[in-house]
Design a protein around this ligand. Structure first.
Ligand code: C5P
Length: 225
């Protein structure tokens, strides 16, 4: 069977990573979460205390990129040699990531890393611009969408699962606002905005179970290969 590239794009919390991971597993492909890479750069900016400086002079982001190393080890994300898998899911990172990913030098750098990863092996890659910019020739392009309230509920359930007992959780309205805000920034930005490629198959996951999302994409992958 031919090895293909599967590009899965869509707004925040639309089910991309869960679907992509499971489809990759079924096909024996490597799953690559490109959002994790943008989050890692954002975490590095916060850790080094340069985020405010970058807002004033975005050009200085090249300093941050000069020394960066981002690797995937299984499902762990390794930034400059340390495991940051948990840290990059922090709400602080979620709030700042759209700014960092709007910067052209950041996008240029990560796009090249992503293209190298896709050349080395068969991948399922998820993000915002995989079908439009990173792999416009991907044999299968999927665009996942879901109702904003439903996405907020999923994010809430996710937070509930991983938060320590008794931890305070943001309420649903706030989560929904944050998700919408991030989508707006990702859609309106100048470089590689979130957009459906004309050839992408759009799937609305609002009323689908994870199993049926996976099944649909898997079936399309078999037909595309
Ligand atoms: O996928 P996730 O929600 O973790 O992505 C976090 C952020 O990274 C997005 O809101 C977007 O700003 C950025 N991103 C991007 N291009 C991608 C993947 C993610 O700009 N291919």
């Amino acid at each position: 069977k031919k090895r293909i590239i599967i590009a899965i794009d869509g707004p925040a919390a639309s089910g991309k990573s869960t679907t992509a991971r499971k489809v990759a597993e079924k096909l024996g492909y490597t799953y690559i979460d490109t959002g994790a890479m943008y989050r890692a750069v954002t975490f590095k900016a916060l850790r080094e205390g340069v985020l405010e400086g970058l807002r004033r002079s975005p050009g200085s982001v090249s300093g941050l990129l000069d020394t960066i190393s981002i690797e995937f080890r299984g499902d762990r994300v390794i930034l400059d040699g340390s495991d940051v898998t948990a840290e990059i899911r922090d709400n602080r990172v979620s709030r700042e990531v759209s700014f960092i990913s709007s910067l052209k030098p950041v996008r240029d750098r990560l796009r090249r890393m992503q293209q190298d990863l896709g050349r080395q092996r068969a991948v399922v890659m998820d993000g915002r611009d995989i079908g439009t910019v990173v792999f416009p020739d991907a044999e299968l392009k999927i665009f996942l969408v879901a109702d904003a309230r439903e996405r907020a509920k999923r994010r809430y359930a996710e937070l509930l699962l991983k938060s320590p007992e008794g931890a305070e959780l943001p309420d649903l309205d706030l989560l929904e606002d944050e998700i919408k805000q991030r989508d707006e920034e990702d859609t309106l930005r100048e470089h590689a905005p979130l957009k459906k490629h004309p050839d992408a198959v759009e799937i609305d996951t609002s009323d689908l179970t994870i199993e049926s999302q996976v099944e649909r994409v898997y079936t399309l992958a078999l037909a595309a290969g």
